[in-house]
Design a binder for this molecule. Structure first.
Ligand SMILES: [Zn+2]
Length: 248
């Protein structure tokens, strides 16, 4: 979730005038991935990216990167974050529009973490028509098991799991030797809270999309299920929807 105050004016290059024509858009695969925090969305998105030769777009990453690089956009986003209010949907949409016009989106893209609300979905529709939704269905117990065992390197951010992805030396990062810590938001009570917030927030969005866009539901009932299996499932469904025929 991004924050904003209405008094601040967000200035993002408006690419409307260079916007991709509707016909050009037919060559792209336009996907959205949904899933609760800890469902492995990022992992699936990056695997699909390499399989389909499409881009992954995370508005969170775009904003974080802008802040890191201290760009004009980054400076403004940081002000919103610090002031604790929501970034307006139009601003996020502009960022997304701008992003999908980049060369790496030529074959298509997969949106991760956006849209989050019906309002955002409606705004997105003015820019692009989503062709399929990949919906990760992961039970709360599995999320809890995965995230409560997650450890993060304090130095480099590398992620480990006490059950599935152990470091070679307990408590020490394989990559940089930094200390492994449990992030504050990886504790069980916080995980539960985030899961329920996600469910509550997403329900109306799912209802909105149900009649408009085909869903590819991926159910994960086993914490050890290899991502490849889910990816195979997703690829089969994309083929059924006739979406992969554009991919060489
Ligand atoms: Zn490290």
């Amino acid at each position: 979730m991004f924050f904003f105050t209405h008094l601040l004016n967000i200035e993002i290059v408006d690419i409307d005038k260079y916007s991709v024509s509707k016909t050009a858009g037919h060559d792209k695969m336009k996907l959205v991935i949904f899933g609760p925090p800890g469902s492995g969305k990022g992992t699936y998105a990056s695997r699909l990216k390499s399989k389909l030769n499409i881009a992954t777009i995370s508005t969170g990453d775009i904003f974080r990167e802008a802040i890191k690089q201290d760009t004009e956009l980054g400076k403004k986003i940081k002000k919103y974050l610090d002031s604790g209010q929501l970034v307006p949907d139009e601003a996020v949409i502009k960022v997304v529009r701008n992003r999908i016009a980049k060369p790496d989106c030529e074959k298509g893209f997969i949106l991760d973490g956006f849209p989050r609300t019906v309002e955002q979905a409606k705004a997105l529709e003015t820019a692009v028509k989503i062709e399929a939704i990949i919906n990760l269905l992961v039970p709360e117990e599995i999320i809890i098991e995965r995230l409560s065992n997650r450890r993060t390197c304090r130095n480099c951010g590398e992620i480990y799991n006490l059950k599935t992805l152990k470091p070679k030396k307990e408590g020490i990062c394989d990559k940089c030797g930094g200390p492994l810590i449990q992030r504050k938001d990886d504790t069980i009570s916080v995980i539960k809270e985030r899961f329920h917030v996600f469910e509550k927030q997403t329900r109306p969005l799912m209802r909105y999309y149900e009649s408009k866009v085909p869903f590819i539901n991926v159910t994960c009932n086993d914490i050890d299920m290899p991502p490849e299996e889910a990816i195979e499932q997703i690829m089969k469904e994309l083929k059924k929807l006739n979406l992969t025929k554009r991919i060489p």
